[in-house]
Design a protein around this ligand. Structure first.
Ligand SMILES: NC(=O)c1ccc[n+]([C@@H]2O[C@H](COP(=O)([O-])OP(=O)(O)OC[C@H]3O[C@@H](n4cnc5c(N)ncnc54)[C@H](O)[C@@H]3O)[C@@H](O)[C@H]2O)c1
Length: 282
């Protein structure tokens, strides 16, 4: 956010934030923004991320307990929800900011991915949203009526970005689960949405080969340029707040206009210059 001034939009609300690894993580920025707006939170990440990341720092900064949890493990997610209930009581919002593809990590081309890895990609990056919602509502009564759940996604769900490989498939499934589960929870006034964020320089983002080109392409095509992780955090705050009570089952693009723009003036000019220099060289 441009300033540290909050609006008290989440005063009295409690939440659970998945996926903060270091201070570049979108989840980290969301946790700070929610804190600024008056929310109380618990933080969670995979046990291994606890060792590699800096979650303690954030925990101290915003006074939030850390509860380790592997989102691919039913028992872990169940335990997490029980601990959230014990430590915070019932909560009002959840941020799902989890993504991982072993196929991308191992640089396997899409046409020759490992299917065990694909299962892991889908389980960790998409099915985990179902698991989280199940254990937060059906199995444990953790989420208040009128609550709000946001899952972070990418436009690879609708249009193929080759370097995003099997994560394109994972995000399509994630968005479908958000809609499907959202329809089940709507009767309780609980919203479930996905926010489709532009390329953002984070640990997960930078792990994708060709990420810099994807970032620059989006930056040039989006009339407003790429929104930052802090911009995304502010948008998430609005979705957790009472100002968006009837927004549910949506995939919401947060991309500076990228998803609807055909071509930008800047790109046209670049292409004209490119072709002119090619013709001049011939
Ligand atoms: N960075 C981008 O360009 C971008 C763009 C659009 C959407 N997103 C999405 O935003 C979300 C957050 O990613 P980020 O870019 O902030 O990167 P990040 O690396 O900071 O966050 C990804 C998180 O997922 C966690 N995670 C991985 N496996 C897990 C497991 N088994 N259990 C629990 N947690 C696990 C990691 O520890 C990490 O904290 C992801 O869903 C990502 O796909 C990112």
């Amino acid at each position: 956010m441009s300033s540290n001034v909050g609006y008290g939009l989440l005063k009295g609300k409690k939440g659970l934030i998945f996926g903060a690894l270091d201070d570049r993580s979108i989840a980290w920025r969301v946790a700070l923004a929610c804190h600024r707006e008056g929310a109380e939170m618990a933080l969670t990440n995979a046990p291994i991320a606890m060792r590699l990341g800096k979650l303690e720092e954030l925990s101290e900064q915003i006074g939030a307990p850390i509860i380790p949890c592997d989102v691919a493990d039913d028992a872990d997610v169940d335990k997490l929800m029980k601990e959230v209930l014990a430590k915070l009581g019932k909560i009002d919002f959840i941020l799902h900011a989890v993504g991982m593809s072993p196929n991308i990590r191992k640089k396997l081309p899409y046409e020759s991915i490992d299917y065990k890895f694909l299962s892991q990609t889908l389980d960790i990056s998409a099915i985990s949203l179902h698991r989280v919602l199940h254990y937060a509502t059906q199995a444990n009564d953790v989420l208040n009526d009128g609550g709000s759940v946001v899952a972070l996604t990418y436009i690879g769900a609708q249009r193929i970005f080759s370097k995003y490989s099997d994560m394109n498939d994972a995000k399509a499934l994630l968005e479908s689960i958000a809609r499907n589960y959202g329809s089940r929870l709507a009767g309780r006034g609980i919203r479930v949405n996905s926010v489709s964020q532009a390329p953002t320089k984070t640990s997960a983002g930078s792990g994708i080969r060709g990420f810099d080109s994807m970032f620059t392409f989006a930056e040039k095509l989006a009339p407003m340029g790429n929104p930052t992780a802090d911009d995304c955090a502010d948008y998430c705050v609005s979705l957790f707040s009472d100002l968006t009570r009837k927004v549910t089952m949506q995939n919401l693009f947060h991309d500076g206009g990228f998803s609807t723009n055909g071509i930008s003036e800047e790109m046209m000019n670049d292409l004209v210059e490119l072709y002119a220099s090619k013709e001049g060289a011939e």
